[in-house]
Design a protein around this ligand. Structure first.
Ligand code: GLA
Length: 390
């Protein structure tokens, strides 16, 4: 399957640029099992990679020219000069790959140009990290072609910097690390403070279970501004409590911390979510390591309630998925990613998948909403070179 994809993307590259690419790379989107809005608080997350990937055919150039093309955007080849790249100058899709080149150069890596053709199967605007997949696939290709020797964590940090500074989105480090470091059959237990990580076996099929992704196909326009506001609120909470990040508030001291925040109602809610969510990640890790997969269901639902009522990043469509799926017999369900639209995940017995899917589809139709996209997610491989094989 990936060979055929690599061949097709390579052929298109040849049509565009008149020669074979030096290589073809892939980087996946992700879903997050648990640990939401904790990554910019130095906390814990637990994503896994989707089978959906961004694929890049890339050749190195040494004349300072960067040429970018995407199969998914109805636009010709964009030609830039690496020396001219500067944050805030590009508001189109090219800011993601160009931002990666800028971040690598800023970090002292001599990137002398490239020809790039990209094609992605990660749904965009669905909260499944299509942007991180684009960034990571380009970073990995340049890492190989320029012999930089950077590991997945370093590449993830540089991609985050590209998105924070060059694109201007204040995201955390989860999505880029998930895309760069995940492994098939595993979820990634990641400490976002130092990027230390443990791969936790997550084979639902072997236990007769499935994990569904329900893309609501709604994207509320205020999501970017709200994300920044939540992040600022968390930083305010940490400052008021005298800690570097909310990760440093122990769960056992949550009540005392909330008391100290007095009448800062909004900050109190944000702090409560982050501290309890870090705890939920640790609970899920223990349950998975004990082989008690079904028991994570209620923890997922608790996480959703906390995101809905305390962190306030859910929306009616996501709540509808979670409520309908759990009413129809799901073991658990929650929104995943930043929120305000995008996708939810549903954990279910294999035998219940059909009935749950039907119930969700009917609920959306009854509410007059566009049909959601429902698919099964199997923990897949992280970023890798497709050709030539290494
Ligand atoms: C988005 C961001 C991540 C993370 C999640 C919420 O996906 O890109 O860094 O903050 O939202 O958990």
């Amino acid at each position: 399957m990936s060979e055929a994809v690599a061949r097709a993307v390579g052929e298109r590259f040849r049509e565009l640029y008149g020669a074979d690419p030096h290589g073809v790379w892939a980087a996946p989107g992700r879903v997050n099992l648990i640990g939401e809005h904790t990554d910019y608080n130095d906390g814990f997350v637990m994503p896994f990679a989707l089978p959906h990937t961004a694929v890049a055919a890339v050749s190195r150039r040494d004349d300072g020219v960067l040429r970018l093309h995407s199969a998914d955007i109805g636009q010709g080849v964009t030609e830039l000069r690496v020396a001219d790249l500067a944050p805030g100058t590009d508001t189109s899709w090219t800011a993601y790959p160009a931002g990666v080149v800028w971040a690598l150069r800023e970090a002292g890596h001599e990137i002398t140009g490239a020809d790039v053709h990209l094609a992605s199967t990660v749904p965009s605007g669905a909260g499944l990290s299509s942007s991180a997949a684009l960034e990571v696939v380009v970073a990995l290709a340049l890492n190989d072609l320029h012999d930089l020797g950077l590991d997945g964590r370093r590449l993830a940090r540089l991609c985050q910097r590209a998105e924070n500074v060059y694109v201007g989105a204040p995201v955390g480090i989860m999505d880029q690390t998930a895309s760069a470091c995940c492994e098939a059959g595993h979820a990634l237990f990641l400490d976002t403070r130092d990027l230390s990580q443990r791969r936790i076996p997550f084979d639902l099929a072997a236990e007769g279970m499935r994990l569904l992704v329900v893309d609501t196909r709604v994207e509320h326009s205020h999501s970017a501004g709200e994300y920044g506001r939540r992040r600022a609120g968390c930083e305010k909470g940490a400052a008021l409590l005298g800690v570097d990040a909310l990760r440093d508030v122990p769960y056992e001291e949550l009540d005392a911390a909330l008391e100290r925040l007095g009448d800062e109602e909004e900050v109190r809610r944000l702090v409560r979510h982050v501290v309890t969510e870090d705890r939920r990640v640790e609970r899920v890790v223990s349950l998975l390591e004990a082989g008690d997969l079904r028991a994570i269901g209620p923890v997922l639902v608790e996480g959703h309630v906390s995101l809905r009522d305390d962190f306030r990043v859910s929306c009616p469509e996501l709540d509808l998925v979670v409520d309908t799926a759990t009413d129809a017999g799901a073991l658990g369900a929650r929104m995943t990613g930043g929120g305000f639209g995008g996708s939810a995940i549903v954990l279910a017995e294999a035998r219940d998948v059909e009935a749950i899917t039907k119930a969700v589809q009917e609920a959306f139709a009854a509410a007059g909403l566009r049909a959601p996209r429902v698919f099964e997610a199997v923990p897949s491989e992280g970023a890798r070179r497709l050709t030539p094989a290494v």
